[in-house]
Design a protein around this ligand. Structure first.
Ligand code: SF4
Ligand code: SF4
Length: 356
């Protein structure tokens, strides 16, 4: 970790003594460190130590997925991050557990979001450091440094963004959030990432990397390339680069420490990955090519988490979850949030032939 930070100029070049520093971890859901769902506590601990050495005052925070909002601390404890923070005498909290946790904040150059409910801890800090986990994502294909800031908003803002529906719009909304809550540094936990049905139900995959950059967009562009996504496939990178919020062209990004090609690990891609259809067939394809969540009834405990997590209110309990296909926007939050893996993403016959 120390070497990675030295290669991007060192922590003391990024923060001044006395700065309040928010370490925005990925605490998607309650999961142990070995499950590769959350930022590993060893990574959090190492970055926290460097912030303390530079004279900063770190606070570690995130807001787990929709249902886990409300100040519950299970995800913090189970991830090992709470214990790491306690060891170092540092505060680790969920955004919603502080007083007046979210503040309505304008997005001056927002494309889809003109205002967001942003975490007060993220607004009232001197420096944000984003600490994402290297993972695939069933909805956005890849989740990284830029998307990690999505978790620094209230459930209402996240649901609104999901309800935009199309991947391009959702990616632009994530970038809207990033444009307001822009980290000064990104440090990615890419030691053991997640491939396949990320960000929660995939498989841990060793990549053996710590990646750091002052440009979260550049970090995402390089990381996505390392795990096998082609240029232009990660829409948050495309959108942020087009808006001048970072460098998305890997040909123009200086990578130091390791050569990206030497450390490439081709991750298994998520089922919902982009459908490759000729543009002339796109309108027809959108109706006929189906990649949708399906209940595996035997695995379902009827806990209702999927119903409460669905931003489109497309799920009713009857007594098992029943999905209203006319309302479903294929955001796959139900898959992401189901603790039992009982909401599978399935492709129909045509999708199996067209999805890359
Ligand atoms: S599908 Fe999963 S989240 Fe939904 S009720 Fe069943 S177990 Fe709970
Ligand atoms: S049913 Fe699942 S995929 Fe469909 S809108 Fe609800 S959460 Fe998203």
């Amino acid at each position: 970790m120390r070497r990675s930070l030295e290669l991007v100029g060192g922590m003391s070049a990024l923060i001044r003594p006395g700065d309040r520093v928010l370490l925005k971890v990925n605490l998607l859901a309650p999961a142990g460190p070995d499950e590769a769902v959350t930022t590993h506590p060893a990574v959090v601990r190492a970055v926290t130590r460097l912030v303390l050495e530079a004279g900063g005052f770190p606070t570690i925070a995130d807001a787990p997925g929709f249902l886990f909002a409300g100040g519950k601390s299970r995800a913090l404890r189970q991830s090992g991050i709470k214990a790491a923070a306690d060891d170092m005498g540092v505060t680790a909290v969920q955004f919603e557990s502080v007083e007046k946790p979210f503040v309505m904040t304008p997005v001056p150059d927002g494309v889809w979001l003109s205002q967001i409910l942003a975490a007060r801890l993220a607004l009232e800090t001197d420096v944000i450091i984003t600490l994402p986990k290297l993972k695939t994502h069933s909805s956005t294909w890849y989740t990284g440094a830029v998307k990690n800031m999505f978790g620094a908003t209230a459930t209402r803002t996240r649901k609104y963004a999901h309800n935009l529906g199309e991947h391009e719009k959702f990616a632009a909304a994530i970038v809207d959030i990033y444009s307001v809550l822009k980290p000064r540094l990104a440090v990615m936990d890419a030691v053991v990432g997640m491939e396949g049905e990320g960000p929660r139900h995939g498989n841990p995959r060793h990549a053996g990397l710590i990646m750091a950059s002052r440009d979260s967009v550049a970090l995402d562009a390089v990381a996505a390339g390392i795990i096998g996504f082609g240029p232009g496939e990660v829409l948050t990178v495309v959108n942020a680069a087009e808006r001048g919020l970072g460098m998305g062209d890997t040909g123009c990004i200086e990578v130091v420490g390791e050569r990206a090609a030497d450390v490439a690990v081709d991750f298994e891609k998520p089922s919902g990955r982009q459908v490759d259809i000729h543009p002339l067939l796109m309108r027809l394809g959108n109706r006929l090519v189906k990649v949708e969540p399906h209940l595996v009834r035997d695995a379902c405990t009827r806990c209702q988490i999927c119903m409460k997590s669905c931003p489109a209110d497309a799920i009713a309990m009857d007594p098992y979850p029943r999905i209203d296909r006319s309302l479903c926007i294929q955001c796959f939050c139900c898959n992401e949030m189901c603790p039992e893996g009982a909401m599978e993403i399935r492709k129909n016959w045509l999708a199996r032939r067209l999805v890359r």
